[in-house]
Design a protein around this ligand. Sequence first.
Ligand code: SAH
Ligand code: SF4
Ligand code: F3S
Length: 473
Amino acid sequence: MTKKLYIKTYGCQMNVYDSERMADVLAPLGYGLSDRPDDADLVILNTCHIREKAAEKVYSDLGRLKAPQQEKSETGGRMIIAVAGCVAQAEGDEIMARAPQVDMVFGPQTYHRLPEMISKAKRAAGEKILDTDFPAEDKFDHLPEERVRKGEVTSFLTIQEGCDKFCTFCVVPYTRGAEFSRPATTVLQEARRLVADGVREVTLLGQNVNAYHGEGADGREWGLGRLCRELAEIDGLERIRYTTSHPRDVDDALIAAHGEVEKLMPYLHLPVQSGSDRILDAMNRKHTADEYRRIVDRLRAARPDLALTSDFIVGYPGESDQDFADTLKLVTDIGYAGAFSFKYSERPGTPAASMREQVDETVKSERLIALQQLLDSQQEAFNASMVGKTLPVLLEKPGRHEDQLVGRSPFLQPVHLNIPVSRHAAMIGTVIDCEITGLSGHSLFAAPPGDAGPLSENSASHRPNSGQERISA
Ligand code: SAH
Ligand code: SF4
Ligand code: F3S
């Protein structure tokens, strides 16, 4: 009988990828994914430690699991509860102490050992398992090759993990360990397998994905630009994206790839955190605001329609009104298609947490509102500028309404189209050119291909030599 597995994922895309791989490891043991924790045989909380709120959520979710866990044991069953991910790595002992109902705690580098951990937990109810090692072996070498096919058109693919940058506010170098790049041959192999399974778009993942320096087929180190070029050779792969990149690691080869590799989408998440040189220096970002502007100029020279997004932190220790004004100025200068912004959150063990000049909460909140207003208005203007344009849309899945499909523009915007259900199966996974007719919130609406005129090879060509799979209406 299939055992029920429930995984809740917090935090970044890397955790989303890891959760999928944990499900892959557990499938041969008879665990099938369930979308509810009630009655589950195994619950895994794959946690995030990046900000205090994210970390605290884990404890409230654990509290909520007490009742279903109790119920399960009253009916003679057992619900094993595991805490994985970055909180597990950072606070393993504390979780064990604070939440006695937890059976297993393990860090991001140990997922390949899940089968052993589970059989141990099963053998001895009451015995706690804690595994937060950074093992010498590469966990990727020990994860199963086959992935559970879900019929999805897009997929994440982790190519790099860990971080050596040590920004003073950030826990990632401690929770994920030192930087490590997977060999390019393995990455290409995994990408080919995904494409054979119907995937048309891969998003390459890494905490610092453009610090990628994996061993290539020629025995030399390949950077991200080279890797993108090689991936673009895979027939059937339509789109390549990557996240998250660091300004310091944007090199000439990557900029050139943005100009020349058609499948590399014109959308880049390039976090800057602050527009003040003083704060950037205190954060140990190792670049100035002007250096960031110049990198953006060069990227846009290579690919003029490149849309940029970023992350920002407001209220970093010592941030003055002038520093914050510099951030607003940078945002105005660059013009973003979207961004995440956060109030600085003190993280235990990081250098910034022990700085004396912590910024008042109310000041942080005011700055966050002002910054978000500016970023929202830029995002709205960017989305509005799409109306009337014809964009290639990768159709991903049925929409909320019958006779509706949802896809993504090159700029990652969701695009809704009215298409009869009878045609969905044939169209999902294809790229079609659609005229954008309107927007609602962050979503775009497009005329169904029939309304936009016949889609021939010629009319569908957005950029030359796109090599994208087309279908005629
Ligand atoms: N590797 C990526 C970011 C990973 S964390 C990079 O270098 O850009 C994702 C985002 O969380 C960061 O970009 C930052 O904006 C935010 N963040 C990280 N630590 C934080 C903290 N202590 N307080 C508030 N936001 C934080
Ligand atoms: Fe954190 Fe900085 Fe590394 Fe990004 S580059 S993961 S912000 S330490
Ligand atoms: Fe969070 Fe860990 Fe990702 S701290 S943002 S889940 S690397």
